[in-house]
Design a protein around this ligand. Structure first.
Ligand SMILES: NC(=O)c1ccc[n+]([C@@H]2O[C@H](COP(=O)([O-])OP(=O)(O)OC[C@H]3O[C@@H](n4cnc5c(N)ncnc54)[C@H](OP(=O)(O)O)[C@@H]3O)[C@@H](O)[C@H]2O)c1
Length: 318
């Protein structure tokens, strides 16, 4: 590593570690009012709920009285999600397996959810992956593009079209501080050429696009009194981080947040429903800027072009 690269890495960790790690969470929580999570009478849909942050959100919501549908791929982990909960919250948690890396997997999930005809009060689009190795799906897309972005768009639009998101519903999209490094653009969202795949860059682009989509949903859905938020959980100690960022994991592990700490802002947003804003990302219970670096302000496309691009992928798969 050159001196310049070393300086860049040191600058990055020096700037973000105090805030994004557990240190930031513990310091900020000193100023927070204790809010018991009360979600009785609500129906929640949480994706990526078999592990990490999504699991912590699903369990806390069920403990707060919500009826929770927890989605992830079929696995022992998904079946174990209620282990350790008291009988009543455990009974409020149901699991629904779906592979969100496939348009057909999300379509099948939508079919199940909308045919029940029971609306959700909360949707947490949390499923996300950082794939260092290039992986194509059988439908011809790069897998992380579909899990991180296309499935969120497909699920949300599908639930809205079917009336399965109640008027007044809360929608939380789980983004990442990784998005601070890139501008919005269509280029590089769905990288089908393995030679051009850089997992971290693809992930950052998907997470930036989520921020733009959230602003668009917020503007479109406010007349239905829906509250739409995008958030960043900080750096959280999860299996996803261990697998996708092994060096970061080794260095930062002692100060990574616990999953329930990463889940905190999502739960707080749903419990308090602050006035939504189209131009912020929520982090540790506060709205934060969506740009930290001047070079990301110049978007490579409009949000309308992003929506059209995502819709074209769905139409092509239909
Ligand atoms: N951890 C962090 O520091 C951090 C920081 C910033 C943002 N985030 C974001 O927070 C979210 C959760 O991250 P995490 O760290 O908790 O991740 P994680 O521990 O790896 O959990 C990811 C969840 O997504 C599910 N998932 C993955 N592929 C799927 C697929 N094809 N279909 C359905 N579900 C799938 C996984 O379930 P199965 O594998 O069982 O299907 C699991 O439940 C992600 O969106 C991530 O980008 C995390």
């Amino acid at each position: 590593m050159s001196f310049a690269q070393l300086a860049a890495v040191a600058g990055f960790y020096g700037r973000f570690t105090p805030s994004f790690s557990r240190i930031g969470f513990q310091a900020r929580r000193l100023g927070w009012r204790h809010i018991p999570w009360r979600f009785s009478g609500q129906r929640w849909l949480v994706t990526g709920a078999s592990a990490g942050i999504g699991r912590a959100i699903a369990r806390a919501a069920a403990e707060g009285g919500a009826e929770v549908v927890a989605v992830a791929r079929a696995s022992a982990r998904l079946e174990q999600i209620a282990v350790g909960l008291a009988p009543e919250p455990a009974a409020r948690l149901t699991t629904l397996p779906a592979d969100l890396s496939l348009v057909s997997g999300t379509a099948a999930l939508l079919e199940m959810l909308t045919s029940e005809g029971r609306p959700f009060d909360v949707l947490i689009n949390n499923a996300g992956v950082l794939l260092n190795e290039h992986r194509m799906t059988e439908e011809g897309h790069e897998a992380s593009f579909v899990v991180n972005l296309l499935s969120h768009y497909q699920l949300t639009e599908g639930l809205l079209a079917a009336g399965t998101l109640a008027n007044g519903a809360t929608l939380v999209n789980m983004s990442s501080g990784g998005m601070y490094s890139v501008p919005l653009g269509l280029e590089g969202l769905d990288v089908t050429d393995p030679a051009r795949h850089v997992g971290k860059l693809a992930y950052a682009r998907h997470k930036r696009a989520q921020v733009a989509l959230t602003g668009d949903w917020q503007r479109r859905l406010s007349e239905r009194e829906m509250a739409v938020y995008v958030m960043h959980p900080g750096w959280v100690r999860t299996e996803g981080v261990r697998q996708s960022l092994p060096v970061f994991w080794r260095v930062q592990r002692p100060i990574l947040r616990q999953p329930i700490e990463g889940a905190d802002t999502a739960l707080w947003l749903c419990a308090t429903r602050p006035v939504p804003r189209a131009d912020v990302i929520w982090f540790d219970r506060k709205p934060r800027p969506v740009h930290l670096f001047s070079q990301t302000r110049q978007a490579g496309c409009s949000v309308e072009a992003l929506r059209e691009f995502l819709q074209r992928q769905l139409d092509a798969a239909a």
